[in-house]
Design a protein around this ligand. Sequence first.
Ligand SMILES: C[S@@+](CC[C@H](N)C(=O)[O-])C[C@H]1O[C@@H](n2cnc3c(N)ncnc32)[C@H](O)[C@@H]1O
Length: 200
Amino acid sequence: MGDGFGGGAIFNRASPSSHKSCVDRIIAGYLRPGQPARILDVGGTDRGFRRRATLPPKSRVVIANPEVGVGADYDYVHLIPPKEGNFDLAMIFGVMMYMERDSLLTLLRNVRQRLRGGGILLVAEPDPKSVSGYFDAGLKKIGHSVLNTRKFIFYSKADTTALLLEAGFGETRERDDLRPSLVLPPYYVIAAKNGESGRR
Ligand SMILES: C[S@@+](CC[C@H](N)C(=O)[O-])C[C@H]1O[C@@H](n2cnc3c(N)ncnc32)[C@H](O)[C@@H]1O
């Protein structure tokens, strides 16, 4: 797994992108039927959303991920060239927990810049306020301080909503119906809309 960002992340059962039913619901909820779609998967892999998505011809799923061997098109969002155009839908699933707040805010701003006006960013992260998520976060914190394992930062729904608004998104909505059911730790899903006027 390259530089070790994601561990077993290439097949992360808790992520919506690991389940065809979730991917289908995302497509039905956020893309225009029959129209070619432009999708950005931040921190995605070619075994996730791109593999499961059934999309109209001429659609494109761009993956930005610095991890070696995951089939990314670009390492980082800010390295995506202008020729890729703007995206209808962006996803950032299971990535925020690897990022400090300041670099995360910069990334969210960069993603918003690449969305068309009215475009949607979907965020999915482990919910540290759920019962199992609370214990999972606690164990990871102990692992980091005692065993020097990787540091994870757990953003609650409220933290993420505040970050999205600070990054310039106009409105947010909880979409936990898009996450896989009966998979632990539970992820929450938040949809954030870029203003209709596009770049601000
Ligand atoms: C837990 S995996 C999630 C994989 C996939 N999105 C999913 O839902 O199954 C986290 C991934 O985030 C990627 N990542 C971390 N920081 C990133 C950044 N700044 N930009 C893009 N990807 C990043 C890592 O390389 C890793 O592959």
